[in-house]
Write a protein that binds this ligand. Structure first.
Ligand code: HEM
Ligand SMILES: [Ca+2]
Ligand SMILES: [Ca+2]
Length: 318
């Protein structure tokens, strides 16, 4: 464990200390994705939910430390899964490069592989993030958008990271992978056949009502694909939106909002344009480093020394 200066991110950060890093993560992730095809979508959402709360510092992987609640205690993190799979990748890296690579960088690299191995763009990411030692469920509550977030809130969140509207609409294309549970969709369903999400196709609205409100549906357990090609990183998400088949409120709204509708229609027919805007948006999302203070490189991504342990110097090896 190295108490590092929170230096700048760079593309060659581990060039001397762990030259094989990117290929280790690439092959270990590929091996895992082959056995568990539901993992890439989990990694991509994990990246967003980590970086959104005190920056990209792997704080979402922390288990409760004394006097704080973990981020997973926040209902905004409902559906977040497969955090332990990142631990597997981390231990493979540890075997080659002990105490060198941060969990935050492992998360960014793994999310990048999730996109590339699902057919999306290959994204170059600068490295050198440090891991948080503390966090709180309250902070996650305050920093993450609710499932009901409208377009304006979405645009504000990504503008804060320096994204253009083109990039903000492109990063929402992450919803080309994975699932949403009924509990996240429910609030957008109307009463008596009147859609709460204007712009959603009537036929799709009734499919959602049947799937999520029908007998046998359990809001916390029943889930639906984010698009028809939930394992493939493509522009199908935008095609669905143009056809009025958005799942979440923000998905439905970006197809109609004056600032975003034209971009949704463009990405639906311009895969290369979507990939390019997504790649630069991803780099901005992964570049959020609000919390470089007292940050470190942790060997275990989930159970980290507390600040008190550090003060006793029990964990400081160098
Ligand atoms: C304001 C913006 C956003 C909102 C309101 C939002 C909301 C949600 C919600 C409610 C779910 C479903 C959770 C569940 O029920 O299991 C979801 C899933 C997902 N989100 Fe977002 N999201 C946003 C932006 C993003 C971004 C920026 C990314 C990644 C860069 C992302 C990646 C994903 C992925 C991959 C899934 C599927 C997860 C899975 O299969 O487990 N989302 N999102
Ligand atoms: Ca974080
Ligand atoms: Ca897809």
């Amino acid at each position: 464990l190295v108490l590092g200066e929170p230096g700048h991110l760079s593309y060659d950060f581990y060039e001397q200390s762990c030259p094989q890093l990117e290929s280790i993560v690439k092959w270990e992730a590929a091996r895992i994705f082959l056995e568990q095809p539901e993992v890439p979508s989990a990694f991509l959402r994990l990246l967003f939910h980590d970086c959104q709360v005190q920056g990209c510092d792997a704080s979402i992987l922390l288990e409760t430390s004394p006097n704080t609640t973990s981020e997973m205690g926040s209902h905004k993190n409902f559906g977040i899964r497969d955090r332990e799979v990142l631990g597997k990748i981390k231990s493979t890296v540890e075997a080659e490069c002990p105490g060198t690579v941060s969990c935050a960088d492992i998360l960014v690299l793994s999310a990048r592989e999730a996109v590339a191995s699902s057919g999306g763009p290959t994204i170059r990411v600068p490295l050198g993030r440090r891991d948080a030692l503390s966090t709180s469920g309250e902070l996650a509550d305050a920093s993450l958008p609710p499932a009901t977030a409208p377009v304006e809130a979405m645009l504000r969140i990504f503008a804060e990271k320096g994204m253009t509207v083109e990039e903000s609409v492109a990063i929402m294309g992450a919803h080309t992978l994975g699932v949403a549970h009924c509990v996240s969709v429910e609030s957008s369903l109307g009463e008596g056949g009147v859609a709460q999400a204007p712009g959603r196709a009537a036929g799709f609205e009734s499919i959602l009502r049947e799937s999520c409100l029908g007998s046998g549906a359990d809001p916390g357990k029943t889930y639906l694909p984010n698009d028809f090609t939930l394992f493939s990183f493509d522009n199908q998400y935008y095609r669905e939106l143009v056809a009025g088949r958005g799942l979440l409120r923000v998905d439905v709204e970006i197809a109609a909002h004056p600032r975003t509708a034209a971009l949704v229609r463009r990405y639906a027919v311009d895969l290369a344009g979507f990939f390019q805007a997504f790649a630069s948006a991803f780099e901005l999302a992964a570049g959020d480093r609000r919390n470089p203070a007292l940050a470190t490189t942790c060997r275990d991504c989930r159970f980290r020394p507390t600040i008190a342990d550090l003060k006793k110097k029990r964990f400081i090896l160098t």
